[in-house]
Structure formats: structure tokens, C-alpha cells
Design a protein around this ligand. Sequence first.
Ligand code: IPE
Ligand code: IPE
Ligand code: MG
Length: 245
Amino acid sequence: MTRPKVGPGESGPKVPVHVAIIMDGNGRWAKRRGLPRLRGHQAGAESVRAIIRACRDAGVKYLTLYAFSVENWVRPRAEIRGLMSLLKRFLRRDERDLHENKVRLRVIGRLADLPAEIQQELKRVMKATEHYDAGQLILALSYGSRTELSDAVRRIARRVRDGEVTPDAIDEKTIAANLYAPDVPDPDLMIRTSGELRISNFLLWQLSYAELYFTDVLWPDFREEQFREALAEYARRHRRFGDIG
Ligand code: IPE
Ligand code: IPE
Ligand code: MG
């Protein structure tokens, strides 16, 4: 597992290397304005753009955004369709920004569950940006942490069956190495908007030592100023990783 190198009594780096966000509250934002839910998702897409820029400016290297969970497939079909078309628009319109800022796009989740057209577009942009190293934008799509862990266990079991690993050799590193994006360091800071105090099946393994930040602000209202507040709060936290001090 990747952890920042910190000695006893020292706090970690003041700017998080990796920020993971549960972007919640689009529906309620729209409802409060008497608008259809999709309008909330549209406004939320503007927050996505603002936060990507804010990460670049603050020096955050990895940004993981929970955009669609495995559980979200139970939503009305029209809402799912709307979300997918927003994603498509984002991939088309914002690709240039990724190139300009040398940001690599990645996806965690069950890519194969997504509509074929979206898969194609995602693969295209991922391929076109795979050599960039200024930062990474990781979209969690049809993502569920329990699904990710089940997929990892299945892969490890196959390797045991094929004689590549012995059961006794399985450790934390083996599990971490079989997750969707094994080379990405664990999140330092996890933000959830909209006042819900839960993880909703997001990065259960990777968040083991993340600092958690919850805010009542709804995602469409979460912009650079609110993000900076979260970073400031993170900078005040004292991470101990089990040590004293
Ligand atoms: C988050 O906003 C976006 C997705 C989960 C796709 P919601 O759509 O969950 O908004 P609320 O929670 O209903 O307000
Ligand atoms: C979590 O939000 C998933 C995403 C932000 C994509 P939800 O709105 O789906 O979570 P619950 O259902 O309130 O836990
Ligand atoms: Mg929600």
C-alpha cells in the first residue's frame, strides 16, 4: 500500500497527492429550484470542470471522481441516459483541456457495463492521454468497491490455481496489486458533498488511512472556494498512521 513517508510526530505533505470525491447532491440542488434532476447533473458537470482546474492550480496530482456507482443502475432509465450523454459531452468538450494540461484520463469500474459508444469514447481519450504525467483524472464509472474487491479476489484465485502464487504468499500487496488502478497511490483526502455521512461503496480498501471531509454543500455549489476550504482543513489535520504523536 502506498503511503506518504512520514516520521513520528510529523504530519504528511500539506497538499494531498490524491483527492477522491463523492460528488453528491445534484438531485436535491435541482429539486430546491423546482428543476428536473438532469439540470442538477448539468450544473454538477460545471463543478467537475472547476475542481479539475483547482486541482491543477493547487498541485493535486490525482483526482478520483465518483461519477456513477454500480448501485446507480437502479435509477430511472431517463436519468441514466441523461448522465451518459453528459459524460459523452464532457469527453468531447474537455479532451482539449486534458491535452493542454498533460493530464491522463483513467477509468475505474466495470467499463464493460457502459453503453458501447461511451466505452469507445473513453478508450479513445484514455489512449490519447496515456503518456501524460502532469496529473491523473480518474473517473469511477459503474464502480463499486465490493465489485472491485471481488474482481481482485477472482484474479488472485486464478493465479493460485495456475500455480503462480501460493496461498501463504498472499498479503496486502497482492490485493492492492489486483485492484483496478494498482499504481495509483491511496487517496489522502476523501470529500463527500451534500451532507450524507457515508462511503456508499467507494474505495473501501484505498480509503483506509484517508482524511475524511464531509460538507453540507451540494455538488453543483461545490466550486474552487469550497475545494480550497477542504484543502485548508486537510492541511490542519494531523495524520498519524498508527504511530504516536
Ligand atoms: C450525485 O447526485 C450524482 C450521481 C449519483 C450520479 P445525486 O443524483 O445522487 O443527487 P441527490 O443525492 O439525489 O441529491
Ligand atoms: C454515491 O452517491 C455515488 C455517486 C456519487 C456516483 P449516491 O447518491 O448514489 O449514494 P447513496 O445512494 O445516497 O448512498
Ligand atoms: Mg445522491
